[in-house]
Design a protein around this ligand. Structure first.
Ligand code: ADE
Ligand code: ZN
Length: 342
């Protein structure tokens, strides 16, 4: 089944570039920047990757990002991610970056975005990966700080397709950022937000009604509210789910409890992604594989998930159509004969 999943043309829509920072590269960059990490080896760092909730993860994630200082560091981080997912047949990516994680340490906005942008362009030219870039506001910081970030982004707005909202969800509802989202839209940015990962269904309503997002990142908790599910189905609001992340951050206790099959059943435009693959034990293939195995997903369900990701992307209708046709061709011509993929 791994080979079968490997061959599916895939789109990644929920990926934090700082969350793709593999320990090996972190140590290498720390060394060349003369930074001493709190861990004496790659193994001891990896041992720390045990989380009881989102905040415990975020504390380590922000610490790891502190070794990124120069444009070359951001380039290397992004290029490593892109070559990795190229090997997994990911053909389109929509990547989040967290500028405030860096600008708050006096690393300039242009240093961050130049490095990321150069790697994305190189991947487009050399690997044929198309991309969009999403700037995420950190929700544990103030709306005023988000406004400053918006201002800093404007010279680069041709490189940025949308804005998002991430970091500590509980106690930081979408409503806190209503004004800056409105201002972001006025500059032409598309809008998404993390909601309903740990936070309640109410936060998803707020993201839709107050922030006016076109996609919800995670959105697991929508299942607590029938009227919300109906709204999400009727308006075809995509939910970018991250199964391995959900297990690692204890949003669910085990993969067998993952709601993706139930969501597909209800007609939700659900998609599967990797969130922070260096921390959660897998990239796109592993997310597809572990979910398919635990939930006994059928070929039809897997095809729907692959199609949904292109449907939910910000590609043009023509580009979506081309990728979706390739997904269908793959499933129809594949030698895989069993109905169940596991
Ligand atoms: N930043 C990186 N990963 C995140 C997640 N899963 N939830 C919220 N913020 C994040
Ligand atoms: Zn995320």
């Amino acid at each position: 089944m791994e080979d079968f999943i490997q061959g599916i043309p895939k789109a990644e829509l929920h990926l934090h570039i700082e969350g793709s920072f593999e320990p090996e590269l972190m140590f290498e960059i720390a060394k060349r920047n003369n930074i001493t990490l709190d861990y004496d080896s790659i193994e001891s760092l990896k041992k720390a990757y045990k989380f009881n909730n989102l905040q415990e993860f975020l504390d380590i994630y922000y610490t790891g990002a502190q070794v990124l200082i120069h444009e070359q560091d951001f380039f290397d981080l992004t290029w490593a991610y892109l070559t990795k997912v190229h090997s997994q047949n990911v053909v389109h990516v929509e990547v989040f970056f967290d500028p405030q994680t860096h600008t708050d340490r006096s690393v300039a906005f242009d240093v961050v975005i130049n490095g990321i942008h150069k790697a994305l362009e190189k991947a487009k030219a050399e690997l044929g990966i198309s991309y969009k870039l999403i700037m995420s506001y950190l929700r544990h910081l103030s709306e005023e700080a988000a406004f400053e970030t918006l201002e800093s982004s404007l010279p680069f707005k041709d490189w940025i397709d949308g804005v998002g909202l991430d970091s500590s969800e509980m106690g930081n509802p979408p409503s806190k950022f209503a004004k800056v989202f409105k201002a972001s839209a006025s500059h032409g940015y598309k809008l998404v937000a993390h909601a309903g990962e740990e936070g309640p269904a109410e936060y998803i309503w707020e993201a839709l009604d107050l922030l006016k997002v076109v996609r919800i990142d995670h959105g697991n908790r929508c299942l607590d509210d029938e009227a919300l599910v109906q709204r999400i189905v009727e308006q075809k609001i995509p939910l970018t789910l991250c199964p391995l992340s959900n297990v690692e951050l204890k949003v669910i206790q085990k993969m067998e409890e993952h709601p993706v099959a139930e969501m597909l059943e209800k007609g939700i435009l659900a998609t599967i992604h990797s969130d922070d693959p260096a921390y959660f034990g897998g990239y796109m293939n592993e997310n597809y594989y572990e979910t398919a195995k635990a939930l006994n997903l059928t070929e039809d369900q897997l095809m729907q998930l692959a199609i949904n990701a292109f449907e939910a992307s910000w590609l043009s209708p023509e580009e979506k159509g081309k990728h979706i046709a390739q997904v269908k061709d793959y499933f129809h011509s594949s030698k895989y004969s069993q109905k169940q993929v596991v």
